[in-house]
Every structure is written in C-alpha cells, then in structure tokens.
Design a protein around this ligand. Sequence first.
Ligand code: ATP
Ligand code: MG
Length: 418
Amino acid sequence: MVGVLLIFSIRIENFKSLADVSLELGSLNLFLGTNASGKSNFFDALRVLQGIGYGFTVDEVLNGKPKTANSDIWEQIRGGSSRATFVDKSAERTDTVEGVIRFRVKLSSGGSGEVFDYGIGISAAQGCVREEHLSADGQEIYDSRNLSNDISQPYFQVKYYRGTVGRQPHFSFEKSKPVLHQILQKSEIEVEDRESVKICIRALSNTQRIDPSPSVLREYSSAQSWVRRMGEHGENFAALVKTILRNSVNRDRYLSWLKQLTPIEFEDVVILSGAVGEPLFALREGGIDYPAPVLSDGTLRFAAIAAAFFQEDMPDILTIEEIENGIHASRLRLLVELLKTQTQSSLDWTQVMATTHSPVVLAWLEDKDYKTTFYCKRDEQTGASTITPLSKIPKFHEILAKQPISDLFAEGWLEATL
Ligand SMILES: Nc1ncnc2c1ncn2[C@@H]1O[C@H](COP(=O)(O)OP(=O)(O)OP(=O)(O)O)[C@@H](O)[C@H]1O
Ligand SMILES: [Mg+2]
C-alpha cells in the first residue's frame, strides 16, 4: 500500500530567483510576498519536478512539449531553459561554467511509512542531467554523485547499489533525461527498488495545478461521461460536479461547503444537459435553475476550488495560485477553512501549496499554521529569493500579540523585518 505521499522537505538551488532555498513542508503550505518575490518561481520548481516525474527530457521539461497521442501539451516553464538558471545580479559578468540547477525532495509514504530521498541536478544550457540519486529509508538505490561523469560523453553513469555481487553495478543512461524512468527498463533492478522508483515517480508527477477561469467554468463540459479530475482552468468542471453528486457522502460535503461559501441562498446544485447531453453547472434558487453563464465569477471559482477537493482522482499535490482571486474578503475565511479541513482530514488528504496576496488570510491562521506559511522576499543586491516560515521570524509571536497580523503585512513590516 503506497497511500498518501507527502513531500516533507524540498531544497532548490540555482533555479530562477531561488539561489538556495530549503523548506520543511506540511499538508497546507501558504506562500506570501510582494510581486516578483519568487512565489511562482517556487511553483515553477514543482512543475519541473512534475515534468521529471513524467519522464520528459530536460529540454522538454523546460521548453515545453507538443501534444502527442499519449500526453497532453506540456507548457514550457516560464522563460524556458534560457532563463532557468539563477543569475546573480551583483556578480560581475563572467564566462564561468554554467551552474547546475539542483532539486532535492524528501517524501514519505503514508501507507508504508517509508521515507524517500530523491535529488537531481540538471544543466539547463546543455539540456542534460548532471547528477541524480535516490534512496529509500536511508538505503541507497542509485547515485551518480560519487562517479566522475565526463560531460562531453553522451552517456551518464550511476552506481546501482544492489547490483548482483561480482557484476559491475554501474549503469549508463541517456543524459538528456532523468534516470528515474530509464532505470525501470533495466532488468537487473530488484523488485523492491523498482517499487521505490515508482513511488518517487508518482510523488513527483501526481501534481495538479488549478487556476479556474470563470469563462471556462461557464462552458458546457466536453466530457459527457463521468470525470474524475478537472482541468487546470476548470475544463470539465460540470462533468466533475456531476461525478461528485453521484456519491451521496461527497455530495453532502460538497453542498455543505458551497452553501457556506456562496452568498446566494440556493437549495441545490443541479447539472443541466446540453443538446447532446453535455453537462452544465447550475444552482437552484427558489425553484429556478441559474446556469453557470449567469452565475458570478466568485461563485464559480469557489464552486470549482471546492470541487477540486472532492475529485475521485485526487492528486498528491494540489497547487493553487492566488486563492483570493475574485473572492470577497468576507468569504475568504471559509476558503481558508476549506483548505485547512481538507488537508487535515485523513481520508482524502492532499498536500496543498497556495499563494496569496491577501493579508486577510493571515488573520485566520493559528500558531501551528505559521510553520508552513512562508514569506518570500528577494535580496535587493543579488536578486535571490529567500522563503522563510513565519514561525522563524524573530519575535514574531511577541509582535503578533500587539498588532493584528494583517496590519503587519499590509504595512510592510514583514518585508522590513526579513
Ligand atoms: N534566472 C533568474 N535569475 C534570477 N532571477 C530571476 C530569474 N528568473 C526570474 N527571476 C526573477 O523572478 C521574478 C519573478 O518571480 P515570480 O514570478 O516568482 O514572482 P511572484 O512572487 O510570483 O510575483 P507575483 O505575486 O507578481 O505573481 C522576476 O521578476 C525575475 O526578476
Ligand atoms: Mg506569481
């Protein structure tokens, strides 16, 4: 049983403005900070890991990949490979060797309790892997870091730790893509290690980014049958809600959230049908159905964000940028409640990463949430971002006792303190 996977720690080096950032993550992680402070760069890092989990080449991960028979279009990481490596603003321009971008994640499997440690170093300019390693519960599975890989060679070597005695435990791989997928092709890999590799692949790739757009939410879903996961901008939202409604437990929970979240006093959520059965979301109010095209932006965004937590196919990581988008401050509290409840319930537990510009959100956080509420800031000289949990800000608790957190945020106190 693999169960829920959680990335509990992450280190990012040399990627965009994240020169060297290490974070201890929890189930709900909120990212605050002014414009251009590095919040989305952190989310881009998660996307790089997702692309690695999909088995794409380094070039595809960074520069995008067209739609194929087996996979959807993969959008490039903003700026592509030419902007992926950290540029130190304060450094003199030199022609030194391009830096290696490194990602390292530690993850735990809720099912087995095992802990995995995966790291990869890539060169964006050369579009290749420079180093990679994986271990499970402290036991090495593969590692390239102790080998001197010559970057002029087309292949890349790793040491496989459980190689049969007497046999050379070094494997060669194409350097254009991560070892993670390639190693599954090797017949020598032991069953247990194969499982660990698969768990790591799932943890990296099973991420869902949601940024529901009211215009998409107002459309009929193209899928006519049951949909277990919604698209990034809310594609197939109505079909997903139809799926949620067929399960009475989920239906009740979803409706109860929606009733609290939306200011309108509706009796029910109904799914209308188009000419050929395409579903359309609607709310029934006073016996009349109001279809999605007439509902407000905020109502629809709420309905979509809430629906994301009741998908039959839940991701391991859900990322939401600017949660407050289109939502009135008075309702934001319920949204935070929703995020907190859904990341704490043991049943459909998912790890959430969300950004916000709203100081209001801060007002409803409790002490224990500060560990995983991060403040992003960029160093004026180097341009490097720092990401600090509120719990680590000196005297944060004392200051908080004197002044509401939302004031501190709005007045730029956090910015000045860090
Ligand atoms: N390779 C790089 N090296 C250094 N800094 C970079 C690099 N690439 C991008 N940046 C910086 O990162 C900034 C963008 O950061 P990001 O998109 O994460 O902001 P944000 O915190 O999400 O802001 P907003 O709240 O406006 O969305 C850019 O202004 C740019 O200066
Ligand atoms: Mg951003």
